[in-house]
Design a protein around this ligand. Structure first.
Ligand code: SF4
Ligand code: SF3
Length: 546
């Protein structure tokens, strides 16, 4: 196997024997095959769109296939094999349809591959990432691929809420087709990378509109981090449609619902506040789940990543449920909703009833809900604070958290920031500082949490609005410093979206991506000023106190 798609790539280079995430050689190979088959589908789909055919089935397949290969989303080999089989069937159906729309796919072996399930694993080594020999071309192709995976995740959540944007689907198929070719120049791939960022902005805007039109605009909210006395279900991941249905189905059952990790921002939406049994957020970022699921006592539902496969000693393995693109061997998978229907969470609810209530691990409240609409409602106050010098700088510390000890940097950085700075955050990165007592500036909290990683879109909207209010020409003239933490591929699409919006000098850590070749890293440094982090002291001096 070879995989270097996340920040924890072994040795800062790539996982070759087993993934640090827990993905083994076989699973990594199956995912490579799934990506290969998906590229073949995208190649055909890209052409079919020119023939005005109905491409929705292929569009949806592509979203799910890419999403299921994101770091920590799906560890279930059978589920990945099943996707490959369905992908090959779909490919054949599509090829039949192209008979009325003749095109030549000769240069794409991805379109003609013939495999039976017993051949999937042995075929994998012939389609791994390292098959692309040119290091820079490989780096750019994978940068685009990881951006597309992140985009697929966001578009999938939007789709679950009935929101779609044909232009995103067209771009995804076209981009997958382009990276499937062997004749790409470095320049063409750099252009494709920026275009991926453009569609990243579109994808996040689509999801933002889908979320807010269904559930209202996030508003300032105090979220309980303690526990109640009823048994509970812990829901993790990013999918709001899933939590909507879970909350409705648990109402009146005597089972409480808690969020974990990236689901915390669900508390900020007005639509979910009516539920008394929506008790609070339990625990921290995804990587603490091995401890926190033990003490939670009740079932846990993963709607997306980040799953950490439980150790053999874990007592909670039989309490894990997955749904959507997420999967874990041994866990119970909740089936997709039928058209117009709901998912059926009754098995989890019945399970919860037999469990002890969660054990308290902390007490108190955290504050969040500062997505664009809420911040704009406070705009006068914010602008005033900037004009009077009460706020000197905003520091965007969005992105992912992870288990590397080097990430202690982010807590220290937050603690060391001067009192006249405000942190704008989104994603699970926030858990490094959202429980610190950082105070407020004239009533504006010093940590403003917009929501999930996709709500980084809100931070971009806020920046663009501030640029307008202050009459600036360039987004980079704003007193905003970017110190982004990344881990998996959703952070890649967020980064590409920021680059597309023209944001320069982004600090990226805790380490630069292993998939950036030295030359590609240079392009990012020279054209966009991307910079790695160093020590808190240095970065404070160079980025904040300069
Ligand atoms: Fe390694 Fe990350 Fe790939 Fe897992 S997803 S195999 S940790 S690079
Ligand atoms: Fe977190 Fe996985 Fe990336 Fe959505 S839940 S930000 S790491």
């Amino acid at each position: 196997m070879f995989c270097y798609q996340c920040q924890e790539a072994a040795g800062g280079k790539g996982c070759t024997l087993k993934g640090v995430c827990g993905k083994d050689d076989q699973l990594a190979g199956l995912m490579d095959v799934l990506i290969y088959v998906t590229k073949g589908i995208a190649v055909i789909n890209s052409e079919m769109k020119n023939c005005s055919a109905d491409t929705s089935k292929a569009d949806h397949f592509i979203l799910d296939a890419l999403f299921s290969t994101i770091t920590n989303a799906n560890f279930d080999k059978e589920a990945i094999k099943d996707r490959i089989t369905k992908g090959l069937q779909l490919r054949d159906e599509l090829l039949k349809e192209t008979e009325s729309c003749p095109v030549d796919f000769d240069e794409y072996p991805q379109v003609s591959v013939q495999l039976t399930p017993d051949q999937y694993e042995s075929f994998a080594p012939s389609v791994g990432i390292l098959k692309e020999e040119n290091e820079d071309v490989r780096s750019l192709k994978e940068l685009v691929m990881y951006g597309l995976k992140g985009l697929a995740a966001y578009a999938h959540h939007a789709l679950n809420l009935g929101s779609e944007d044909e232009s995103i689907y067209t771009f995804m198929s076209d981009a997958l087709a382009q990276v499937s070719r062997n004749d790409n120049s470095v320049d063409a791939l750099v252009a494709l990378t920026l275009q991926t960022g453009e569609y990243g902005v579109k994808g996040m805007a689509l999801l933002d509109a889908a979320n807010t039109s269904h559930y209202g605009n996030p508003e300032i909210t105090k979220v309980n981090i303690g526990v109640g006395t009823n048994p509970g279900i812990l829901i993790s991941g990013h999918d709001l449609k899933d939590i909507e249905e879970l909350l409705a189905q648990t109402d009146g059952t005597g089972v409480d619902v808690y969020t974990h990790s990236e689901m915390l921002p669900a508390h900020y939406y007005p639509a979910f506040k009516k539920y008394k049994h929506f008790v609070g957020n339990y625990g921290n970022a995804w990587w603490k789940q091995k401890d926190e699921f033990e003490t939670f006592n009740g079932p846990v539902l993963f709607t997306t990543n980040c799953i950490v496969p439980p150790s053999s000693k874990a007592t909670y393995s039989d309490r894990i449920y997955t749904t959507g693109s997420a999967g874990l061997p041994g866990a119970t998978h909740i089936a997709d909703r039928e058209q117009g229907g709901q998912k059926d969470f009754s098995v989890i609810i019945e399970h919860a009833k037999k469990c002890a209530p969660p054990q308290e691990i902390e007490k108190g409240e955290i504050v969040g809900g500062f997505a664009h609409n809420q911040v704009m409602a406070l705009a006068d106050k914010v602008v005033d604070a900037v004009k009077t010098g009460a706020i000197k700088k905003f520091v965007v510390m969005a992105g992912c958290d992870g288990r590397m000890s080097a990430r202690g940097y982010y807590s220290d950085f937050a603690k060391e920031l001067p009192n006249d700075t405000v942190i704008l955050t989104a994603g699970c990165a926030k858990y490094r500082y959202n429980k610190l007592e950082l105070g407020d500036i004239g009533g504006i909290p010093r940590v403003l949490d917009a929501g999930q990683c996709n709500d980084s879109y809100s931070l971009a909207v806020i920046a663009l609005k501030l640029k307008e209010v202050f009459g600036l020409e360039d987004i980079n003239e704003l007193p905003i410093v970017y110190n982004i933490a990344w881990y998996e591929q959703k952070a890649v699409i967020v980064l590409l979206a920021l680059l597309y919006l023209g944001v320069k000098n982004i600090g990226l850590g805790p380490t630069l991506p292993a998939f950036l070749s030295p030359n590609v890293a240079n392009v990012l440094v020279n054209n966009f000023g991307i910079r790695g982090i160093s020590t808190v002291e240095n970065d404070m001096q160079n980025w904040i106190n300069n």
